[in-house]
Write a protein that binds this ligand. Structure first.
Ligand code: PMP
Length: 305
């Protein structure tokens, strides 16, 4: 008989998940006071190795997410990265997986106050699929992206995902796969859990951080690959809704979905209604790199075993 114990990391200890609990009165739960990360690890069958993609960069963003919302944590990005590797080993993960570090207000008092001292940090891993494995038909959401003076869009705050969830629900209920947010000024921002790219005349264009996007790690990787490997011109500049409709290629990027072509926006066909050549070559290279199959990009891959 094999007994599978799903370990999680909770405040400096590795515990069997079934032995942990969270109070109904927890402030993080009641008010959405917290922040998190989404990290992926990829199984390389030939090498019998699990690689975590840009592990340290995710924990650096985690750290800064907390700092902007008065939730400093007493663990360094390096420490958290080491514990993550230990967690994957303890659970003996030998397939692609998703890792979720989360920090939430641990106290049970009523006032929605971020300066309460107790911040609880946990890490769990989960094997799950996110968006459908196909090319996407999306809509512009009637929900506006959280503005920088509302909920910091560059922090991955738990509460901020109400905004994402409303846009996702709107898209699904109207028969689309996913939504695209505009900013309050009307510029293209990002998806509920993805950054967005436009290809026009062989240039790669993506909204700047000032258009209320998360500084996506996949986004940054794609910009590096497009510039250094494919010698494309890469620009961070505001994009209007109409520019998006007339793009040659449009795609989403994100840890959970990787690189995903968008073939229709608001019932308008994009390009030839199928994945474009730039999206394809960037996606294929990205997939190779994440599995530790590209010698020049091993710096992005942390081996678990
Ligand atoms: N924007 C939002 C709102 C997200 O939740 C995510 C997923 N983390 C992204 C963009 C993509 O970021 P990354 O490539 O770092 O996963």
């Amino acid at each position: 008989v094999v007994i599978f114990i799903a370990y999680i990391f909770d405040q400096g200890q590795f515990l069997d998940e079934s032995t942990t609990s969270i109070s109904l009165r927890n402030k993080g739960l009641n008010y959405g006071l917290g922040f998190f990360e989404g990290i992926r690890a990829f199984w390389n069958e030939e090498q019998q190795q699990l690689y975590v993609f840009r592990l340290y960069d995710h924990y650096l963003r985690f750290f800064h997410s907390g700092r902007s919302i008065h939730m400093d944590i007493p663990f360094s990005p390096t420490q958290l990265a080491e514990w993550t590797i230990q967690l994957l080993r303890l659970n003996n993960i030998r397939e692609d997986t998703y890792i979720r570090p989360i920090c939430f207000k641990g106290s049970d008092t009523l006032r929605p106050n971020l300066t309460d001292p107790y911040n609880r940090v946990m890490i769990y891993e989960t094997i799950s699929h996110y968006l459908p494995q196909k090319e996407l038909k999306v809509c512009i959401s009637s929900w506006i992206r959280n503005g920088s003076n509302m909920i910091p869009p560059q922090s991955k705050t738990t509460g901020g995902y109400m905004n994402s969830a409303l846009a996702t629900a709107g898209a699904i209920l109207n028969g689309y796969d996913e939504a695209i947010f505009l900013t309050e000024e009307g510029n293209v921002s990002e998806g509920p859990g993805e950054n967005i790219f436009l290809v026009r005349n062989n240039q790669l264009i993506t909204p700047p951080l000032s258009d209320d996007i998360l500084a996506g790690i996949t986004r940054e990787t794609v910009m590096t690959l497009a510039e250094n490997i494919f010698h494309m011109t890469v620009k961070e500049q505001s994009i209007s809704r109409t520019e998006l409709y007339s793009g040659d290629e449009v795609f989403f990027t994100g840890t959970a979905i990787g690189i995903k072509p968008i073939i229709e926006i608001d019932r308008r066909m994009i390009g030839y209604g199928q994945e474009g050549p730039n999206t394809k070559r960037i996606r294929e290279l990205y997939n190779q790199i994440t599995m530790g199959k590209h010698p020049n990009f091993m710096k992005y891959c942390t081996p678990v075993y």
